[in-house]
Each structure stands twice: as structure tokens, then as C-alpha cells.
Design a protein around this ligand. Structure first.
Ligand code: PLP
Ligand code: SF4
Length: 341
């Protein structure tokens, strides 16, 4: 069921709390359907079908509604439409470009950096982004449910240097609140943990996910909640997204955004400046602008680093300092993300 006025979601009763799950269930999975909804030239269909065999298509209808029909260059469509270019082999583009698998600890937690650990809570996402560095991640090995979580908690408890736990995925917000809140409580029960960070794209693709229940448990924890969303273009930040994000800000959640610099999506100064402005409208601080991870199948999204640096310099000349994200890339084995500009 799609409600007529999505901006009502966050404020209404729990009777509509499951609407976000309907949006997941009703998401478009057939490439041909996506192409027809958007009236794309027919030759896109066969390529989309072929490329979606490697990494399935998945796009909620509310996200499609923000695209311009008939425009194959639409910046939202580019992020989700499987293209023939995905089959181009490019030197240096691999299946595990950031060394995640090598950084796994015994319990399944990933630790690359001091004082914070990342947990893969689920393999599911609210949208499938073609450039995703996890498109080849073996999610079938992901622990599921409270029994597996106990091993994480035990490991975090043993290591007093960990003061922040990141819920990642997949997208943790594809899990229901009862489950997530339980995991969060377990984490907050470890005395040396001070912050719970959630990495999620759900408030951007399905803003109805920001339910009162979610905001309630998140802000009721002993630990400081930090929500890092993922938007790449101002056009993603529609009125209903703004409503959901500002409701979280009102409730006291620290909001940050990470973007990926993507050719054909946001690789020009005007687009990046407008993205930062819209994020500020939504009370979200731009945090990272990531250089694309070199994952096999995504080479056509790559922007040269020199051009990225020049774009960020242009942003710096046009925006307040706090609205300029750190341009960074992930280098396997380094002590932190490498800041490029
Ligand atoms: C990016 C990342 C983090 C978080 O890094 P910050 O610089 O603190 O945002 C933590 N763990 C892993 C494995 C990461 O890839
Ligand atoms: S993990 Fe994030 S970037 Fe990757 S497909 Fe899921 S939502 Fe998109």
C-alpha cells in the first residue's frame, strides 16, 4: 500500500508503521518493468536483464517517483539501472576492493580502525546501488539473529578500546525495530561503548522507515546515537525525506551523510554544491565524499582523483566550511580512510 501523503508517515500511529515493509515488498525487481515505468528506449531492457543476473535490480517505487521519465541520464536512475558496461573488465577492479574479508574478526565483526568496529547486521538493502563495493559480498555467511549477536557482544565486551559500534550491512534499517532495538540494547549494555552509529540509506530511499518507534528507541539509549545516511544527489532529498530527517534531528540524533563520487551522477560542482545545500535543509552534515571503491562491474562510475580534488576545491569556494565533505578513499591496510581533499 502506498499512502497518498508520505509526509504523514513519521507522525501517525503504529497502524502505518509497517508501510515501509510494504514498500520493500512492492519494490521493482524486474528490469523490464523499471524501463517501462520510465519509458526508456527499448535497447536498455536486454542489457538491464543481463546485468541484473550478476547483482539483482531492486528499487522501491517511491524512489522511482523521484526520477524523470524518459531521461536515461537521470542521476537517480544511473545509480540503479543495470547497464551493459558492468561486463567490461577493468584492470584493478576486483571483488573485495577494500579488504573487508581480511578484516573480519572471529565473531564476524569487521575492525579496520582503532576504537570502532563495524557489524554486518543483514545482507538486505532498501535499494541496490550498481556501484556498491559490497555487490559481491558473501552475505550468506552473515550471522543472523540474537544468538549470533551474542558473539559480537562478547568480543566488544572483551576489548575496552572499542567505544563506538557501527551497525552496517546491507542496510540495518531493513530489520524491524523490535530486532534492532534489542541489538542496540545489547550494545549499549557494554559500559565502555559510548556511541552507536548506524549506516543506512533507508531514510533516503524509503523515508517512511523513520517511524516514531525507531526514533523512540534510538534516542532512549544510554549511548549517543549517530545516524549516517547515504545520498548522492539533491534530487534524492525530496520533501518526505526532508520531513523524516528533520524529525530525527528534532529528536536529538546526530545526522551525517556520506556520498560516493559517481561519474554521470554527481561529478560536477553544481550538483555537489546543491547536494550539500539540500543536506543542510534536512539538518544533515556532509561527512564523506568517497572515491569509488574499485569493485568489479563499476568501472564506468569512476571519476579520476585529480578531478575529484578539483571539484571539492570548487565546493570550498562556494559553501560554508562545514558543508564541504571530506573527500576520502579506502585503502586496504591503512589506519584510517585516506583524505584526498
Ligand atoms: C569506513 C569504516 C569505518 C568508519 O570510519 P570513520 O572514518 O570513523 O567514519 C569503520 N570501519 C570500517 C570497516 C569502515 O570501512
Ligand atoms: S550497501 Fe548501501 S550502497 Fe550498497 S547496495 Fe546497499 S544501500 Fe546501496
Amino acid at each position: 500500500m502506498i499512502l497518498a501523503d508520505p509526509t504523514d508517515f513519521v507522525r501517525t500511529s503504529s497502524a502505518v508503521a509497517e508501510d515501509w515493509q510494504d514498500e520493500l515488498r512492492n519494490a521493482v525487481r524486474q528490469p523490464v518493468e523499471l524501463c517501462r515505468i520510465l519509458r526508456l528506449p527499448q535497447h536498455f531492457e536486454a542489457a538491464a536483464v543481463e546485468a541484473s543476473r550478476q547483482f539483482p535490480l531492486f528499487v522501491p517505487r517511491g524512489y522511482i517517483a523521484r526520477m524523470r521519465p524518459g531521461d536515461v541520464r537521470d542521476p537517480l536512475l544511473r545509480q540503479v539501472l543495470p547497464l551493459a558496461e558492468e561486463f567490461t573488465d577493468a584492470a584493478g577492479f576486483t571483488r573485495d576492493p577494500v579488504g573487508d574479508l581480511a578484516s573480519k574478526r572471529e565473531s564476524g565483526i569487521i575492525q579496520k580502525y582503532r576504537s570502532r568496529v563495524l557489524t554486518i547486521t543483514t545482507g538486505a538493502c532498501g535499494v541496490h546501488c550498481r556501484y556498491c563495493f559490497r555487490r559481491h559480498f558473501p552475505y550468506s555467511t552473515v550471522p543472523r539473529g540474537p544468538d549470533d549477536w551474542s558473539a559480537w557482544i562478547a568480543e566488544i565486551r572483551r576489548d575496552a578500546s572499542i567505544d563506538e559500534v557501527i551497525l552496517s550491512g546491507g542496510d540495518p534499517l531493513t530489520l524491524v525495530d523490535s530486532q534492532l532495538a534489542r541489538l542496540a540494547e545489547m550494545i549499549a549494555g557494554v559500559p565502555h561503548v559510548r556511541r552507536l552509529r548506524i549506516h543506512t540509506r533507508m531514510p533516503i530511499v524509503i523515508p517512511a522507515r523513520v517511524t516514531r518507534e525507531f526514533t523512540g528507541w534510538l534516542t532512549g539509549l544510554r549511548v549517543t546515537p549517530v545516524l549516517v545516511v547515504h545520498a548522492n544527489h539533491a534530487q534524492e532529498l525530496s520533501a518526505d525525506v526532508q520531513q523524516s530527517l528533520t524529525s530525527l534531528a528534532d529528536a536529538g540524533v546526530m545526522l551525517l551523510n556520506q556520498s560516493v563520487l559517481l561519474r554521470g551522477v554527481n561529478d560536477d560542482a553544481d550538483a555537489l554544491v546543491e547536494l550539500s545545500r539540500r543536506l543542510l535543509d534536512c539538518r544533515v552534515l556532509p561527512y564523506y565524499l568517497h572515491q569509488l571503491d574499485r569493485v568489479a562491474g563499476a568501472a564506468h562510475f569512476e571519476v579520476p582523483v585529480e578531478r575529484g580534488i578539483s571539484l571539492v576545491e570548487q565546493m570550498r569556494g562556494r559553501l560554508p566550511g562545514y558543508a564541504v565533505p571530506r573527500y576520502a578513499r579506502e585503502v586496504a591496510g591503512e589506519a584510517s580512510k585516506q583524505v584526498l581533499a
